[in-house]
Design a protein. Structure first.
Length: 184
């Protein structure tokens, strides 16, 4: 994963805190800042990979922002940050990680990396399944000898092996509870 290519939108009504989070992340990621829910909505787009979102803000709260994000069906991750301990009100919120303030630099970086690893894990499964389907169709349509000298088939097998290796590497980086949650 090339972290430098990832962009994070930091959303917190406390401008100093938003700036602090951005500074903690800027060595690893591109960052943008929004200090309200409304401003966050104006900055969301295909260039954003993750939204670091405060749950409690005046005006449009983070919970409202996340519901609007879900309605838009854009492809980015959401990491909630809140001074409020998690409660059952989270059940209906689509998010990819949760941090309780105050958050250290290491906690923040670890949480962001974990969110991106989970995303990559899911992408690898989808990509591998698509390649495996193609593999199965070709294996049913052609004999081994017909496929043995086929360059495209050999490339497909190599691609699947590469995906398997990256999958194994990604699983090793995730802790057991993350993998268990993804498989349930």
């Amino acid at each position: 994963m090339t972290e430098a290519a990832k962009t994070i939108l930091v959303v917190d009504d406390e401008a100093d805190l938003a700036e602090s989070y951005a500074l903690r992340l800027e060595d690893h990621y591109e960052t943008k800042i929004a200090t309200s829910g409304g401003e966050a909505l104006t900055k969301l787009g295909p260039d954003i990979d993750l939204v670091l979102l405060d749950r409690r803000m005046p005006g449009m709260a983070g919970d409202d922002v996340i519901k609007r994000i879900d309605d838009w069906e854009l492809e980015f991750q959401v990491l909630l940050v809140s001074a409020i301990d998690p409660d059952t009100d989270l059940v209906d919120l689509p998010f990819d990680g949760y941090l309780t303030k105050s958050v250290s630099k290491d906690e923040l970086l670890d949480a962001v990396e974990r969110v991106f690893l989970k995303q990559r894990y899911e992408e690898l499964i989808a990509e591998y399944n698509a390649a495996a389907e193609t593999y199965d169709v070709l294996r049913e349509a052609y004999s081994r000898s017909e496929l043995a000298d086929n360059e495209a088939f050999a490339e497909l097998e190599n691609h699947m092996a590469t995906l398997e290796a990256e999958f194994d590497e990604t699983v090793e980086k995730l802790d057991d509870s993350s993998v268990t949650t993804l498989l349930e």
